[in-house]
Design a protein around this ligand. Sequence first.
Ligand SMILES: [Mn+2]
Length: 346
Amino acid sequence: MKPDVRKRAGRSFHVERRPAQASPIPDSSWERAVDLIRHADEVALACHVTPDGDALGSMLAVAFTLRRMGKRVVASFGDRHFAVPRLLRFLPGQDMLVPPAEFPAAPDLMIVFDASTFQRLGLLCPNAASAREVVVVDHHPSNEGFGTLGLIDAAAAATAMLAEQLVYRLGGRLDRDIATCLYAGLVTDTGSFRHSSTTPAVHQMAARLVETGLRTDEIARELWDRSPFGYLKVLAAALERVRLEDGIVWTYVTRVDRAAYGLPYAELEGVIDVIRRTDEAEIAVVLKEDDAGDWQVSTRSKGGVDVGRVCAALGGGGHHNAAGHTSHDNVAETMEKFLRELRKGS
Ligand SMILES: [Mn+2]
């Protein structure tokens, strides 16, 4: 974009123009959200099941802010086996988390983070259905528009960007705890500032967060650079059976693979990042068998194909370049259905 050169007082100067990317969230929606929060004594926060850094980080950042406003705060996510993923245990504020069974059955005000569908609330679905107000803070293009008030911006790189806005609009300030939570969301969803979603606004937000004195090196190590030894063995099994077919690189990891090393399902997050580097492939797919025996299908695109559309058609969701869905079929059938849906778009 060309800078806007204007003349004033006889000399020209450059005006840095931000990309034309007005927020689709009207001020009136933000004001209503702030109003609902101001009038609430207790606020119940939730994020999507098996939370990632963006879901949990956004929720905890807002939880800190609400607590400082003197609100009673409960925060949770609807997993049957309620546990913060190992990678995210460094996040501050986990004393505000309660298991789904202790979550208010019918909250007056519930705020939901990073969940594109109602179903993504898992065990907390009935609580959301009984809540008087449900504010949905999200950035998934596939967001189905549930809740009584949506703060949804599909152009935002992370829900954390919207959570930061909410903090400011509530009169809150960034401190190191809040910044750590938001930073975890921002780096997770931008793949450490590598994805195409990494706009100037992302780096500007990162600068604000880093100014609070947070340790970007420690956060990076927690999120990306550690795993139990068993991960290497399971990764080796996944790489042993990796296939390259018609521009798609794909593999799978079974429960049996993991059981041999006592490796929790959540540790498989990074497998897709290893295989998606394949030059010959436009699309990467990893099928991960969860503890219930279902296949959690992670997909990545280099940009030419909208895997978000494909996964949404298969009952999942996500973004143009990163998406997922759940399959109850076997490996061969799951891949077959994926390919069939993929071809519909071409
Ligand atoms: Mn997100």
